[in-house]
Design a protein around this ligand. Structure first.
Ligand code: GLN
Length: 193
């Protein structure tokens, strides 16, 4: 059987952790660093955590925005984590985000800065006891009517899905993330969760 190929945006941030988690799950992970990298076929696109302001700048500088967003709009499964979620949110800290593809408003660093990092256990997509690690995570303040909530922390949405995009404020690549990411990908293809 053909191995699935994951394209991981690798301009800044925690891309290596995503690559390693997918590789442990038996996927091929390819880094997206420049326009030429987008000429390959991908089965899933990953926007990792990191620093969203830096990532946004680099995406523009490297001329990646149009091609990446065309891929997103073509319907490829997209997993966005933390800073990745911020890049794709329609509104960030009250400002409209031109790159937005998720009908949500987020507040950056809503759980506090360095000391606001923590880990908890919750339900994700009906799956219980999923460890969720928050690292200077954004808060999802508002979700549009077409957005499904996949996880919550203290009642607030921390994971969402809209169309082909799954966005998480927490880090699925950590804490035995390989099974979670593989399951997420397979369920996105079959939409079982
Ligand atoms: N606080 C970061 C930002 O605003 C996100 C942190 C993360 O991705 N772990 O971009």
């Amino acid at each position: 059987m053909r191995r699935y190929r994951v394209g991981v945006l690798a301009v800044q941030g925690a891309f290596i952790e995503h690559e390693q988690a997918f590789e442990r799950a038996g996927f091929d992970a390819v880094e997206i660093r420049q326009l030429a990298d987008l000429e390959q076929h991908f089965d899933v696109l990953v926007f990792p955590g990191g620093e969203s302001t830096v990532q946004r700048l680099l995406l523009h500088e490297l001329g990646l925005v149009e091609s990446l967003w065309r891929m997103i709009d073509s319907g490829i499964p997209v997993f966005a984590t933390c800073a990745g979620l911020i890049l794709l949110a329609n509104k960030v800290d009250g400002e409209r985000n031109a790159l937005g593809r998720l009908d949500i408003s987020v507040k950056r660093n809503a759980y506090g800065r360095q000391l606001g990092s923590f880990s908890t256990v919750g339900v994700f997509c009906g799956r219980e006891h999923v460890r969720m690690t928050f690292i200077r995570a954004p808060g999802i303040e508002c979700v549009g009517s077409g957005v499904e909530i996949l996880s919550r922390y203290e009642g607030n949405a921390t994971g969402v899905r809209q169309g082909n995009i799954v966005g998480l404020a927490w880090h699925p690549e950590l804490n035995a993330g390989e099974t979670l990411l593989a399951d997420m990908f397979l369920s996105e293809r079959g939409r079982v969760c």
